[in-house]
Design a protein around this ligand. Structure first.
Ligand code: 0X9
Ligand code: ZN
Length: 329
């Protein structure tokens, strides 16, 4: 397996998932287009599960909403590879866990939420973050921060996002103004009726951030469980690799409005797009900021030699998070 020794372009990642689905046809299926990006690239989704239990609970994972956070992409690919190979190989140390887990759980994965921005980081600007749409005609600025564009407290806190199109955290002209956020939210609502856990992968700083990530209140019993699952993930990582990830509320980093994590939690009770999930209970929802820690200089440009170590520690984290959530819903 040389795949995890380097980062890959968007089209190669799409090919990786095509191969995964053909290598593990009874477990992995690929929807090659849940919708298109602004520049016309397909957003695709892998579904990983046995389809044997009608009451299955769903885990949602996404990556590369921020273009420059390449390790978010490699880690999501690594998790999918581990889920499939652990289930298929009786000799895997994770086989028993996988068999048990797939009796009750399936995984829905959108590996590249922002393909246009991601390709731009390969061709033009390694540190590009946003999508590639020029959102307002009165400005020449390109790009909306997709993680400020969801209908979850959008525009409710001047410190939570920017209204200036050239800013890195520009929220866009309106909630879901961007094709990419429209696609992933519509996809979630139409396919993830039984979601219990959602994880959005980012880098960097080594943080397990739980909703809420802007200023609203989660009921205390639920908040305690969200914390416990995050703490368990951090402990599992430290046991696996020795790396310290800090488990904390999303607001502790800084408030961010219109983010994917809070939307998945379904905090925005008045947004039309979330209405049909009201009363279904709250999803355990996290943003995980991957390697490196904030004290190192490489930042978003994590050496490819770290792809597997990062993947391994997050595999350990995801297993305990799934276990905790399934035992506490
Ligand atoms: O600011 C973000 O979107 C995330 N950090 S990053 O450096 N990858 O850009 C953190 C989002 C945390 N979630 C909320 N505060 N809702
Ligand atoms: Zn990010």
């Amino acid at each position: 397996k040389t795949w995890f020794t380097s980062y890959h372009r968007y089209s190669e990642i799409a090919g990786f998932f095509t191969s995964l689905a053909s290598s593990y046809p009874t477990l992995v299926s690929l929807n090659t287009s849940i919708g298109k990006s602004y520049e016309g690239r397909d957003l695709f989704m892998a579904r990983i599960g046995t389809r044997t239990n009608p009451n299955v609970k769903q885990v949602y994972i996404q990556g590369l909403i921020h273009a420059r956070e390449w390790v978010a992409g490699s880690t999501v690919q690594y998790l999918c590879y581990k889920l499939a190979s652990a289930y298929a190989n009786a000799s895997s140390p994770d086989h028993a866990w996988a068999v048990k887990t797939f009796n009750t759980t399936e995984f829905y994965v959108v590996p590249v939420v922002n393909p246009d921005g991601y390709e731009y980081t390969w061709t033009s600007d390694r540190l590009w973050r946003k999508n590639r749409r020029r959102a307002v005609s009165s400005s020449t600025a390109v790009g909306v921060d997709l993680n400020r564009n969801y209908p979850a407290g959008w525009g409710t806190d001047p410190n939570g996002a920017s209204t200036t199109p050239s800013d890195e955290d520009y929220q866009g002209p309106s909630p879901l103004s961007e094709p990419e956020t429209k696609v992933v939210t519509y996809n979630f609502l139409s396919t993830l009726r039984s979601a219990v856990l959602a994880i959005d992968f980012h880098s960097y700083s080594q943080l397990i951030l739980r909703s809420p990530g802007y200023n609203y209140v989660v009921p205390s019993d639920q908040a305690a469980k969200f914390k416990a699952a995050g703490d368990a993930a951090a402990a599992a990582i430290q046991k696996q690799s020795g790396k310290v990830y800090t488990s904390q509320p999303g607001t502790a980093l800084y408030p961010a409005t219109g983010s994917a994590d809070d939307w998945a939690y379904s905090a925005d009770t008045d947004a039309k797009v979330t209405q049909d999930r009201q009363g279904k209970g709250r999803v355990f929802s996290y943003t995980i900021e991957l390697r490196p820690s904030s004290s190192t200089s490489s930042g978003f440009v994590l050496p490819p030699a770290k792809i597997v170590p990062a993947g391994e520690e997050i595999w350990a984290a995801v297993k305990v998070m799934v276990d905790y959530v399934m035992a506490n819903i």
